[in-house]
Write a protein that binds this ligand. Structure first.
Ligand code: GH3
Ligand code: MG
Ligand code: MG
Ligand code: MG
Ligand code: MG
Length: 296
């Protein structure tokens, strides 16, 4: 994938120069003010920002402070472009959160080398982040990423006093599936169920993760108990509709799931563990009642 670099500089001549130096390395976006630059950064999520220090109205340090304060932007590396080569100015740039700085007058080879290095680091970091947060088999988020997001969402729903929904999903008689079809087809079955659950995630902020083995977990922001119950019925139906053959199931001739559901406006003492325990108990109830269903 081609990288995108955002150049923020109030001097169009500098933008023109930098663009010419870098257009073979990346797609170039530009802005001639800090405010416009922040707007483009939020909308386009560049891999690197080249930021002029000396700008009218909002200078580079102020822009950098906004970038560092924005959870969606703070991972984007910033390189300051400055006319001052004084060392206290270099230190100020790095203290502000920049990864590097380039001094004017611009030297093409230096600019290209620095940018190349930071784009490479950024790509390595992005692939590490994916590795750390995604499940290798299904491509869903893994348990670690889920736990992290769950804690954030629980705190947010507590602050806003809005209902948070949770679903714990378990494939029915999956041990029998493996015994009947073999582990490799078992893996393929888990991929198909995972995809079906991902397809059912329609609302912003919904997070589907593989919780472990043949269990999945879904976080449903701003979702009432009634809506969570409808969601539970919907995913069970959706997986049934895949009609994946399961010749050894004791429930049906195809793959089915059971889901344990919970929804709560978090109180001060509500913990992720408590909500998960509630879904676990509900899942047990769904299994006991015959599987291929959800329970709350
Ligand atoms: P229940 O309806 O009560 O959930 O029965 P079950 O057989 O699905 O439950 P059990 O916990 O006894 O078995 C889960 C099985 O899931 C056993 C395990 O080998 C299988 N499993 C866990 N992870 C994987 C995986 O990554 N790939 C495959 N193929 N199988 C897995
Ligand atoms: Mg300037
Ligand atoms: Mg299980
Ligand atoms: Mg089990
Ligand atoms: Mg199971």
């Amino acid at each position: 994938m081609e990288s995108t670099i955002l150049i923020i500089d109030d001097n169009p001549e500098i933008i023109r120069l930098l663009s010419a130096m870098l257009r073979d390395q990346a797609r170039i976006l530009f802005a001639t003010s800090g405010l416009a630059g922040l707007e483009i950064a939020r909308a386009q999520r560049p891999q690197l920002i080249l930021l002029d220090v000396e700008m009218k109205s909002m200078d580079g340090f102020a822009v950098c402070a906004h970038i560092m304060a924005d959870p969606d932007l703070r991972h984007c590396p910033v390189i300051f472009v400055t006319a001052s080569a004084a060392s206290d100015s270099e230190i100020a740039c790095l203290d502000a959160g920049a990864v590097d700085f380039i001094t004017k007058p611009l030297n093409g080879a230096v600019v290209q080398a620095r940018v190349r290095t930071h784009l490479r680091l950024q790509a390595a970091l992005a692939s590490l982040e994916t590795l750390a947060s995604k499940d290798g088999l299904t491509g869903l988020y893994n348990r670690r990423a889920f736990d992290e997001q769950f804690a954030v969402e629980l705190a947010r729903h507590r602050r806003q006093q809005s209902p948070l929904g949770l679903a714990l999903v378990d494939v029915d008689h999956f041990k029998l599936y493996n015994d009947h079809y073999g582990h490799q087809l078992g893996d393929e079955c888990l991929r198909r169920v995972a995809q079906a659950l991902a397809d059912c995630a329609r609302r912003p902020g919904e997070l589907v993760a593989r919780y472990g083995g043949e269990e999945f977990v879904v976080l449903l922001p701003n979702t009432t108990a009634e809506e969570v119950q409808r969601y539970g019925e919907w995913i069970c139906q959706h997986v049934r509709d895949l009609q994946l053959p399961h010749g050894a199931s004791l429930v049906a001739h195809h793959v089915t799931i059971s889901a344990g559901l919970a929804a709560a406006i978090p109180r001060l003492e509500t913990t992720p563990g408590q909500m998960l325990a509630a879904t676990d108990a509900a899942l047990y109830e769904a299994k006991r009642a015959g599987r291929n269903r959800s329970a709350m």
